[in-house]
Design a protein around this ligand. Structure first.
Ligand SMILES: [Zn+2]
Length: 167
C-alpha cells in the first residue's frame, strides 16, 4: 500500500490524481481483484509518522486537499457526502483516506465496514484508471501559484499571504 517512496510504475502513475511538493494523492487500486471506486489516499511525501508531526504547511494543505477531493468525488458520482479517515496503523506514515459515502451503502457496512460491502461499485484496473483520470481533471490547481506558495514558504516559518494566494 505504501508507494510513496518506491519507484513509480506506469500503473501507479495512472492512478495519481494529484501531486505537488508535499503530497501525492492516488486512487486506491487492488491489482488482483476489483477495486472499490471512489476511495482516494492522500499521503505526505516526507515520511511523517503521525498527524501531529506534520509541519504547518502540510497540515494546512492537507485540509485543502481533503476538501478538494471530497468535492471532486461528489461531482463525479453524485454521492451526497464523503468519509475521511487516517489511522497510521499498518504503516507509520500519514495516509489520509477520502471515500465516497454511497447512498445505498447497507447499514451493516457503514463507517469502517465499508470494505465489507459486496455489491459496492467496483471496477477493474482500466476502470480505476479512467476514474482516476476524471478525478485528476477535476482537481487541477494552477501550477505557477502552487510553486510560488512553496518557494515563499520555505524561507519563512509560515506564510499566510502565500497560502491565501494559493487557495
Ligand atoms: Zn506511506
Amino acid at each position: 500500500m505504501c508507494i510513496a517512496n518506491s519507484q513509480q510504475s506506469d500503473l501507479v502513475q495512472k492512478i495519481v490524481i494529484y501531486e505537488d511538493e508535499a503530497f501525492m494523492a492516488t486512487h486506491h487500486l487492488n491489482p488482483k481483484e476489483r477495486t472499490l471506486l471512489g476511495l482516494v489516499m492522500i499521503k505526505t511525501k516526507r515520511l511523517v509518522h503521525d498527524i501531529g508531526e506534520m509541519n504547518e504547511l502540510e497540515a494546512q494543505l492537507l485540509g485543502f486537499l481533503i476538501k478538494k477531493i471530497s468535492i471532486a468525488l461528489k461531482a463525479l458520482t453524485k454521492v451526497s457526502w464523503t468519509y475521511c479517515y487516517c489511522f497510521t496503523e499498518e504503516v507509520r506514515h500519514v495516509h489520509t483516506f477520502v471515500a465516497e459515502r454511497y447512498e445505498d451503502l447497507p447499514k451493516e457496512c457503514v463507517r469502517l465496514n465499508i470494505g465489507d460491502w459486496r455489491d459496492a461499485p467496483t471496477g477493474d484496473i482500466k476502470a480505476v484508471q479512467e476514474f482516476s483520470s476524471k478525478l485528476r481533471e477535476l482537481l487541477q490547481v494552477p501550477q505557477p501559484r502552487r510553486i510560488a506558495f512553496f518557494q515563499k514558504s520555505a524561507s519563512s516559518s509560515m506564510s499566510s499571504s502565500g497560502l491565501r494566494s494559493f487557495l
